[in-house]
Structures are given as structure tokens and as C-alpha cells.
Design a protein around this ligand. Structure first.
Ligand code: ADP
Ligand code: MG
Length: 572
């Protein structure tokens, strides 16, 4: 292997030459105790910065096995190391000078959620730690300034690597706390099943956020306190006894006046599928990890989806057992979101009236009297919600402040009262007794057909190189095709969208064969992801450090919104 000395000589040789000569630095170098790899060199000082990685051998990094011997612990430690590394490099970014992005040093900015990211990887067996980051190779105009790059590689980085990634240099207690929190959360997650819960919200949790643009906890918020009747207590491995609200499986209704904190609770449940960092306020809010937010999404496309559970006999005669549209209505989009989530193995639906199509949710008694059932294509969710649970085991947690219709079908009713939940199941049920009973449609629901075979789209394929561009948290582009993901609300980080772009590309190139259904193609991909991580869907010579793992649910959601999806028409 080449050494740091070889690189130094090379840099001296190319100093003051034209920028492309930097390309020669690509390679792997032994840098004292760690290995520096220059994976990709930018084409000019104004282009996206160069991609580098550092690999510290396990015996040097020195993390004890107990800190990463389970997947959730490893992911939590990786997340912590990215944050450490970011703290270190930030003080050096742009300390080396030059034109354009010269001197920038950057690594993923982690969110409140703890995600598996390619920015840091700990190898389970060796304990080797790899961190992937970016450096703007310095130039004056377009002339190489190697002296400034030497500052970065020989002065700044070694200090950062040591202070951020060597266990002996870290606050041991802090590292241990990360591991313990991760274990405790995982314990709660495992208890959901044992105790028959869809979610758990610990007493003392802080649910509201600082603002619409900040995910930090709100200061001075009313802490969460469970109603006594719903309180569940657990003995966590490290933190000890913890109590909180257990939301049972089944149908749970959250009601209350406007502004009393209903949506805030539901939002917390939505992100409760991910672990949170210490201090977030939602560390011990844990939702079944296959829970899915369901909302209306006018204008989305729907591909060959069996929405007949909710929509039938459309006036235009369209087949709703294999429904296609490029421009869905509120109700059809929400119906498709339910069905697609079922295919993705969702166990809990999370629904907020604020973001639902009213005609999808309920149809009131008076309207039923005036407009006969035969004239209404929509079977509202309220008429299916019980069966979804009883037949398919899918629970629903639903926020409804303006309609009492769901009282009759709910197992548990919680009222948010000035941010404090109260259980009012009996009270609400009694009040609902005097009202006309909900009439259910004849004939029960049947399992939707998920038989959608997918072939790869020749348009995307024939273009040769498929270019992926992430538009923040809003969507991802494959060449000129945009996949709109704004309303897939549990996507929490733009790096997940970048990963989804790679996943779609991978499936187009290698997954869709015209024989496998969408579900089969995704399931076999998920196995690959499980085995190899996100490297499985990256075909370049190196793994970029800007990917985060999405859930299976979001992989389905992304592909279902992909307008170029090559559904094979079945002959019926
Ligand atoms: P709803 O959905 O019931 O209308 P929201 O959940 O939107 O109410 O909450 C209304 C406002 O109250 C929001 O600005 C939110 O940040 C704030 N809020 C929510 N929960 C709390 C709390 N526990 N303490 C203080 N403020 C809160
Ligand atoms: Mg609301």
C-alpha cells in the first residue's frame, strides 16, 4: 500500500499544475495508524467536493465489543461517531483557502433520528471504523494549491480522526450512554409485541418541537403524562423502571379540541419508528416499526392498484381492482396509500384528520339517507377499520377532533386536554349509544390483489447512465423523472431519499424482470440490503457517504409514486 509520504511527494509534484492533475491522487494510503482513501476527485474547484474516507483498525479505534455487538447498538455508535467527527472537522472547514469550494471539509449532518448511514460504518467482526466525508481540494483559480491540501490531510485530519474516533480520546460515559439508550429503546420495542401494544409514550416525554423548522424539543412544553387507565410499566435494562401510555392494538381514537396537542402526539408516533438521540424528548416514544402514516395526496399517480376495498363503480367505469391514474383525487390517493402500505407489511395505520380526505374517512347518516349507497363509489375508512384489524391484524391510531362517528368503532378513545391525554372510552361510547348505528356494507373485505408484475422501463434504461439528484426532503430525480415524496411523511432525512434514488435505479437495472411482482422485487432487495447494507445498491467503485437507510415501507411508497414504473398489464 502507498503511504502518506508517497502522497506528499505526489502533491509536491502536481502543485501549481492545472486542477485535473489532482485526479492522480485517487488511491489508498497508509497514514500512520489509519488508512486514508481518496475515493473520488472533483473535476474543478467549483464542483461537488472530493470524496474521502478514513478507516481506523478496530484495535486502534478501541471500542469494546459490548458497544456495537448488536445492530441497534452499532447504528447508535456509528451515529455518535459521525456527530463527533462533524464537531471536529467543523472548526477546520475553510481554514485552508482558495477558490470555489477549496478547503471545505464536511460530513453528514445527523438529525434527531438515529439512522443507519454510509457516513460511518463499524465492521462487526474487526471493529474497524470507516468514516466517509468530503473535502474541497484547494486551488487558486483553477491552479492546484497542494500546500493547502497538505494542511488538511497532514495537520487537520489526523487530529480530527483521533479526537472523534479513538475510544480512549472520547468521554467514555457519553459513549456508554448512547449504547444504554439504544438497548433500553430496543427493549421497549420488543415489549410492544409482548404487551400487545401498537406504541408506547413514556411519561415525561416532550413531544412538541421548537418550531416548524426546528426539530429540537420545545422549551417549556407540558411534559407527557399517561392516563392512569392506560399506564404501562416496564423494567428497562439500564434506565430501570419506566412508565408511560401504552396504546393497545386495535382501533384507537385521539380526540379533543383544536390546538390541544392531537397532531403533535400523532407526529411523535410517526417518528417513533426511529430511535432518537438523548435530549430529544422522544427517546422513549416507541411505535411499532412497521407503522405507516396514511394521508390524502391529491395528484399522485397510482399504478395498477386494487383499491376496490374502498372504491367501486366509478362513474367513468374504470376498473378499481387494478386502478391506474396519473392524477388521483383525495379519496383515491388515500385509498391507494392504505392498500400499498398493506402490501409493505404495515401493522399500524397512523391517520390525522388534518391531512385526510373527508369523504374517505366518513359519510354521515344524513348523507347516506339522501345519496343512496349505490350512488356512492366510496366505502369510507370507518366502515373498514374494524375489519382491517380483525381480519388482517392492522391497528389504526386516528386523530379525529371534528367527527364523533368513530366513537362506535374505536376500542380506545383518548382525549387530549391541554396537552394532557385522558382516557374517555366509556364516556364517549355511552354518548354514541343514542346515535344511529353505523351500517356496514354487505360482504366482508377480501385481501387486495398485489399481483402487479413489473418490468424495467426501457426509457430509463436506454439512457445509459442514470443520474440521481435529490431535491432535499421533497423528492428524488432519476434523469428527468421526478418522484415526489413530500407526502411520504415518515421519511425524515434527505439522505434516505438519495438512497431511494439508488434503490429505484438498482431495481430498474437488476430487479424488475417482468415476472416478479413489485412486492417480490422489493422483498428480495430488502434481503440484499440486510446482508450488505446500502453498498448493495451502489454500483460505483466506492460507497458515497451520503446515504441513509429507508424503511421497507418507504421503499414501497417511493416505487408506488414512481410514474415510470413498468407495470405489466395482466390479461383478465
Ligand atoms: P391539534 O392537532 O389538537 O389542533 P397541535 O398538536 O397542532 O393541536 O398543537 C397545537 C399547538 O400546541 C402547537 O403549536 C404545538 O406545538 C403546541 N403543543 C403541542 N403539545 C404541546 C405540549 N405538550 N406543550 C406545549 N405546547 C404544545
Ligand atoms: Mg391537528
Amino acid at each position: 500500500m502507498k503511504t502518506s509520504e508517497d502522497l506528499r511527494q505526489l502533491l509536491d509534484r502536481i502543485d501549481h499544475r492545472g486542477y485535473p492533475a489532482y485526479k492522480d491522487t485517487k488511491g489508498v494510503y497508509q497514514f500512520g495508524k489509519y488508512i486514508l482513501s481518496i475515493d473520488h476527485v472533483q473535476g474543478d474547484p467549483f464542483a461537488a467536493p472530493s470524496r474521502l474516507s478514513v478507516r481506523v483498525p478496530g484495535r486502534i479505534a478501541g471500542f469494546t465489543e459490548e458497544l456495537f455487538d448488536k445492530k441497534h447498538k452499532r447504528i447508535a455508535l456509528q451515529d455518535e461517531l459521525i456527530r463527533n467527527f462533524r464537531n471536529q472537522i467543523q472548526q477546520y472547514s475553510f481554514q485552508a483557502k482558495g477558490s470555489g469550494k477549496s478547503g471545505v471539509i464536511s460530513v453528514t449532518r445527523c438529525s434527531q433520528e438515529i439512522l443507519e448511514r454510509t457516513a460511518c460504518e463499524i465492521e462487526t467482526r474487526s471493529g474497524d471504523v470507516t468514516v466517509r466525508f468530503e473535502v474541497g481540494f484547494p486551488a487558486n483559480g483553477r491552479t492546484i494549491n497542494a500546500r493547502e491540501l497538505k494542511k488538511i490531510l497532514y495537520d487537520f485530519l489526523p487530529a480530527c480522526v483521533e479526537k472523534a474516533l479513538y475510544y480512549r480520546r472520547l468521554d467514555k460515559k457519553k459513549v456508554r450512554d448512547v449504547m444504554e439508550l439504544s438497548e433500553d429503546r430496543e427493549f421497549i420495542r420488543s415489549q410492544l409485541e409482548v404487551k400487545g401494544l401498537a406504541a408506547f409514550v413514556a411519561n415525561g416525554s416532550v413531544l412538541p418541537r421548537e418550531s416548524g423548522v426546528s426539530q429540537r424539543p420545545m422549551k417549556g412544553a407540558v411534559p407527557f403524562v399517561s392516563p392512569k387507565s392506560m399506564e404501562v410499566t416496564m423494567e428497562l435494562p439500564y434506565k430501570g423502571t419506566i412508565s408511560g401510555m401504552g396504546i393497545p392494538r386495535g382501533v384507537t381514537l385521539i380526540v379533543g379540541g383544536g390546538y390541544h396537542g392531537k397532531s403533535t402526539l400523532l407526529k411523535a408516533l410517526e417518528t417513533g419508528v426511529y430511535p432518537h438521540i438523548a435530549g430529544d424528548g422522544r427517546e422513549y416514544v416507541v411505535t411499532d416499526d412497521a407503522a405507516m402514516k396514511i394521508r390524502a395526496e391529491d395528484g399522485r399517480s397510482i399504478k395498477h392498484t386494487d383499491i376496490s376495498m374502498f372504491i367501486n363503480d366509478l362513474p367513468n367505469g374504470k376498473d378499481t381492482t387494478a386502478f391506474d391514474t396519473e392524477d388521483a383525487s383525495g379519496s383515491t390517493s388515500q385509498a391507494a396509500n392504505v392498500i400499498e402500505s398493506m402490501e409493505a407489511g404495515t401493522t399500524v395505520f397512523l391517520i390525522d384528520e388534518d391531512t385526510s380526505a373527508t369523504n374517505f374517512m366518513v359519510r354521515d347518516e344524513l348523507m347516506q339517507r339522501v345519496i343512496h349507497r349505490d350512488m356512492e363509489p366510496i366505502t369510507p375508512f370507518i366502515e373498514r377499520v374494524r375489519e382491517l384489524y380483525e381480519k388482517f391484524g392492522i391497528s389504526t391510531i386516528i386523530v379525529a377532533g371534528s367527527s364523533g362517528a368513530y366513537f362506535q368503532v374505536a376500542d380506545t378513545i383518548v382525549q387530549m386536554d391541554r396537552y394532557v391525554p385522558r382516557e374517555i372510552t366509556k364516556l364517549a361510547k355511552d354518548a354514541a349509544m343514542d346515535y344511529p348505528q353505523l351500517k356496514l356494507p354487505e360482504g366482508g373485505i377480501r385481501k387486495p390483489s398485489f399481483d402487479r408484475k413489473i418490468r424495467s422501463n426501457p426509457d430509463i434504461r436506454s439512457k445509459g447512465r442514470v443520474k440521481i439528484k435529490t431535491m432535499g426532503r421533497d423528492g428524488v430525480m432519476l434523469n428527468h423523472e421526478t418522484i415526489d415524496l413530500r407526502y411520504v411523511e415518515q421519511l425524515t432525512d434527505s439522505e434516505q431519499l438519495t438512497a431511494l434514488g439508488n434503490i429505484v435505479k438498482y431495481l430498474e437495472e437488476r430487479g424488475f424482470d417482468g415476472r416478479k411482482t413489485l412486492g417480490e422485487a422489493i422483498e428480495s432487495l430488502c434481503k440484499e440490503l440486510d446482508r450488505k447494507g446500502l453498498g448493495a445498491v451502489c454500483d460505483g467503485s466506492y460507497l458515497p457517504g451520503n446515504l441513509a437507510m429507508p424503511r421497507r415501507q418507504e421503499i414501497y411508497a417511493c416505487l408506488n409514486r414512481y410514474r415510470c414504473l413498468g407495470t405489466v398489464r395482466s390479461r383478465r
